[in-house]
Design a protein around this ligand. Structure first.
Ligand SMILES: NC(=O)NC(NC(N)=O)C(=O)[O-]
Ligand SMILES: [Zn+2]
Ligand SMILES: [Zn+2]
Length: 504
């Protein structure tokens, strides 16, 4: 046989083999985007003895096809593996809706040396988060116009390991420009965010009641929320005197310069503004969401009262206010600096009670890292260090470990981390394990203990965090985003297939 004949025979055999194998592979991988998932299937079952559904925790098999949950079957044994259906039996691990974090500073474009879409969303996936909503500040430009919004969405494409939506920014420059706000919301911002005190970022100025009222008029029309950093600086003695470095290193100094009255004052104004937001006869009015509540005294009472009298308000708090207390923060340890500040033990315990009693609606990380230099760790200067705590990856084990000590149940935890945040962000196909929803799921072992330290891989850009050394319960086994296994036991999918979430 000459060589060209040999080649012809070889090609014919290869084509024959391919035509036999192709139907098998194409059926098995239908709709599968190579690299998006660590699992080579789009149709599969997840089984465990503890699946958290709206009906409670039960042994069940969750069927996933094409990125959606297509059935949930309550059964005591894992389904049989067949040729057509791949089954993963997770035994006694918990299968729960993926966590939704409505308050994350990913800082891209412009400040990727602080964090970025790739590192932030890898940390999220490793922590069981399937959706993040990014804050409009710390990126350059800040997300306060349609152009800046489009730039952010472009920068995110192909760099997300989980799905990410975006809040737009409300600042004095756009507050009275209805067209600009309209454009920002039409571009896909899920709502707006503003500060009532200096934000630490020059081109993200603070808003007052008039700016906020004006924005609420437009937000009511779109039925999207306004998120507010609720602190208003109050006159203090400190302004008149120069505080020297030895005092600036003391946590008590920082605490004194940012008392609960800052939160109280802002919350009073927000409640007053929220009283009449039924503009042009709109039925539902506007929704104000107070971010990172720290003060569990008067501020919380004001919120409770306003909600009871029908105000459309919601409020979040963050793990650091629930775990740490002012008493344990060493002087100079600026890893703990955030605004509003972490207050005393009594304040912390009241926050837990409010969380359990349903007066605080949800949890968020307020993951706001910076480059290590800006934390001024050597000088330990609390007044000049960057305010923001890095924590995104630890939210689940932290709130579960400390929540258990406070009698928080798994279903409550899921409401606080998944159902309510998804609703705030208008994501009705996320936050619940129900038929028809996106298959956004975390599989984790609540009994397994971990220690944030050397043997624990942190995926945030910088490992600096006050959680170092914490001994916690709860390890993430696998995270699925729209049916893609994006994380499993220390490995991420090779391709970033999370999508930017745009409001429609
Ligand atoms: N520019 C920020 O990221 N600020 C953040 N900083 C905190 N919380 O200390 C915030 O959300 O206010
Ligand atoms: Zn804030
Ligand atoms: Zn923040």
């Amino acid at each position: 046989m000459n060589s060209s004949l040999l080649l012809g025979v070889a090609i014919a055999i290869a084509i024959g083999c391919a035509s036999i194998l192709l139907p098998y592979f194409s059926d098995r991988n239908q709709g599968l985007n190579e690299g998006c998932s660590l699992l080579p299937h789009r149709h599969f079952w997840l089984y465990s003895k503890r699946v958290l559904t709206p009906g409670g925790i039960m042994p069940a098999a969750v069927e996933i096809n094409g990125g959606h949950i297509v059935s949930i079957v309550h059964q005591n044994k894992a389904p049989k593996q067949t040729k057509g259906a791949h089954v993963i039996d997770y035994g006694n691990a918990v299968i729960m809706p993926g966590l939704v974090d409505v308050h994350v500073h990913l800082n891209e474009p412009g400040r990727v040396e602080w964090e970025g879409f790739v590192t932030g969303t890898k940390a999220a996936a490793a922590g069981g988060f399937t959706t993040l909503i990014d804050m409009p500040l710390n990126s350059v430009p800040t997300t306060t116009s349609k152009e800046a919004f489009d730039m952010k969405v472009d920068a995110a494409k192909g760099r997300l390991f989980v799905d990410v939506g975006f809040w737009g920014g409300l600042v004095p420059e756009n507050a009275f420009n209805n067209t600009a706000i309209d454009e920002l919301l039409q571009a896909g911002a899920l709502g707006l965010k503003s500060f009532m005190c200096p934000s630490g970022i020059n081109d993200f100025g603070q808003t007052n009641a008039s700016h906020i009222k004006e924005a609420l008029r437009i937000l009511a029309k779109y039925q999207r929320p306004l998120l507010v950093h609720a602190e208003i600086p109050q006159p203090s003695e400190d302004e008149k005197t120069k505080i020297d470095i030895s005092e600036r290193r003391m946590y008590s100094t920082y605490l004194r310069t940012r008392p609960p009255s800052w939160e109280e004052e802002a919350i009073k104004i927000l409640i007053a503004v929220s009283k009449d937001t039924h503009f042009d006869g709109s039925k539902d009015g506007a929704h104000i969401h107070i971010v990172h509540l720290s003060d569990s005294s008067v501020s919380l009472d004001l919120i409770k009262e306003a909600k009871e009298s029908g105000a459309r308000l919601s409020v979040e708090t963050c793990p650091h206010y629930l775990v740490f207390s002012a008493e344990e923060i060493s002087d100079g340890d600026t890893r703990f600096k955030c605004a509003p500040p972490i207050r005393d033990v009594l304040n912390r315990e009241r926050l837990w009670k409010a969380l359990k009693d349903g007066h605080i609606d949800m949890l968020s990380s307020d993951h706001s890292p910076s480059s290590p230099e800006l934390k001024l760790l050597e000088a330990g200067d609390f007044l000049r260090a960057w305010g923001g705590i890095s924590s995104l990856q630890f939210g689940l084990p932290v709130t579960w470990s400390y929540g258990q000590q406070h009698g928080l149940q798994l279903d409550q935890l899921s409401e606080l981390w998944s159902q309510r945040p998804a609703k705030l962000a208008g994501q009705h196909k996320k936050g619940n394990i129900v038929t028809g929803n996106d298959a956004d799921i975390v599989v984790w072992d609540p009994e397994n203990d971990i220690q944030i330290g050397e043997n624990y891989t942190i995926y945030h850009k910088h490992p600096i965090t006050p959680y170092t050394g914490k001994h916690l319960f709860g390890s993430v086994i696998a995270t699925f985003v729209r049916g893609n296994m994006v994380y499993e036991n220390g490995s991420h999918a090779s391709t970033a297939c999370g999508v930017p979430i745009l409001a429609i």
